[in-house]
Every structure is written in structure tokens, then in C-alpha cells.
Design a protein. Sequence first.
Length: 223
Amino acid sequence: MAVETVQNEKEKIKVSPQGWLALVIMLCMFSGFFANMEGPLQFLRVLDLNTLIGSFGTIGDTGANFMGSGGAGARDGFMFALSLAPGCIFSMGLIEVFSKMGVMEAFQKVFTPILRPLLGLPGSCGLAFVNSLNGSDIAAVLTKELYDNGQITDDERTIFVSFMYPGSAPIGNMISTQAAVLPIAVMAMGPMILLVIFCKLVGANIVRLIVMRGKKKNAEVAK
């Protein structure tokens, strides 16, 4: 039944050549593929999302940006949330431009055969899925848009969030915040990232089973 659903979804979707081109560019930009390019290919960093978002300058010789240093509580939390705004605004603008090129149809066609059996999600979640491995803020906004636009149901949103929330942004966090402990880690970074993703998939599928069981009970009660 699931295989038939995937085939039906794929048959309904038509993707233009510019949609495929937009898909390749977006995957490279949002996955961080070009982030560490060196040598003659260093110019490709301009296609990396984090490079385009940039960073805040520092104030004098303090080394601190507009958030300052030593903050705490709600005020510091507000400033941190404010610092996320440029990245989210820029990313949503990019997504809107690429959407006009047909990128969402391309995502749906490519990711439906992957995400349906893996998490029970439609292919339209592909961009948020890829981005959630590298960062959590933009992925959260994308998921909200998918739900608001009726592209995913409440149950699918629950399953998707259960994948994104634990071990959030494993690739981005492993490279940045966890870099200090990598020298004493018992395994290489690649296997650690794969292990985290595997655990995320297991957790999401446990939630998926709970959701399916709940729907089955509700259907029995309705009868």
C-alpha cells in the first residue's frame, strides 16, 4: 500500500528543468557542502548558506558583537533570538525565489521514495529534513510553513518534530560546539554523526508507531 502511494505521488508531480537545477543548488547551499572548500575551489563558498548569512562585526577591541558579553536571563535570550532573525529572513527569501522555479515539486519527487518508508513523511519535507541536519532554526520555520500550507498533517508534523528535536543539527553542532571534545572522542566524527542520525530515526519511528496506534484506537471508538 505504501509503495502504491509513493508511486501515485511521483506520477502526479511534474518537474521542470529549472526545478531540478534549483534542487541541486539548494541542497548544496543548505547542507553546507561548499562551506569548507579550499584552494582553487574556494570561490564556491559564496554558494554556502552560512557564508552568505555572514556574521556580526565586533565592537572596538572587546571582541563582542551587539549582544555584548556576560548576559543572562530573558534579556540575553531576547538578544539571541534577535541574532537569528537575519539568517531566517534571508533563508526564507531564498526559498521563496527557488519555489517560483519549481524546487518544491523537485523535492517532493526526489524525497517521497526516501521519506515515506523512512519516516512516513511526504517528499515536500525534503528541504527541512536536509536543513535540520545542519541547523535547527530554519528547519523549524520550514516545518511550520509546511503545516500552515497544508502540505503535512498534524500527525506528520509530530513525527517530523520528534526526528528534528533530539540530537538537533548533528552535523552543525558536531563541527562547531562539539569540536573541542573531538580529540578525545573514541571514534571518528563521521561514524558519530551517523550514529546520532540513526538514533533520531529510531526515536521518530517510535513516535510514528504511537501516532498510528492512536489513530487506530480513535477509528475503533468512532465505529
